[in-house]
Design a protein. Structure first.
Length: 142
């Protein structure tokens, strides 16, 4: 595509800066050209964020209903699966799964809570709670 054909369809990326694309300049050479985004990518990003919001809200409701510990909410909010979270906290997957149980979570020592808090970028107090109300908009602006 030519430099002047690089899409400038403002979307999610436009809120944070520019995306860089390769385009052909007037000399026929490839060059870097800034783009605010393009419609197809904007649609896909919006769909992906909607799915992330659904999954995070599901985890939020499970925590509020006492079915899962707050780890499940923070894990969903940070888009981590069990394996990824286990590797970040340097624990076996079965231990992370176990820590998602409210009764087990309440008994976790501070050193374990600190590992999770560090991974999620929150304090131990914040790790032990979830917001009063779920807001999908809070997911995009961390």
């Amino acid at each position: 595509m030519k430099v002047e054909e690089v899409p400038q369809d403002k979307g999610m990326i436009g809120d944070y800066g520019h995306e860089v694309c390769y385009a052909v300049n007037s000399n026929g050479k490839y060059t870097l050209s800034p783009s605010l985004g393009w419609e197809a990518k904007n649609v896909v990003n919006d769909q992906a964020w909607a799915l992330i919001a659904v999954e995070t809200e599901r985890a939020y409701r499970s925590v509020k209903n006492g079915e899962l510990s707050p780890i499940a909410y923070h894990q969903a909010r940070h888009q981590m699966d069990i394996g990824l979270l286990a590797s970040y906290v340097n624990m076996a997957r079965w231990r992370v799964i176990r820590h998602r149980k409210p009764a087990v979570f309440r008994r976790l020592p501070e050193r374990i809570l600190q590992k999770y808090a560090m991974v999620f970028g929150v304090s131990i107090a914040e790790l032990q709670t979830v917001p009063e109300a779920f807001s999908p908009e809070s997911l995009r602006h961390r």
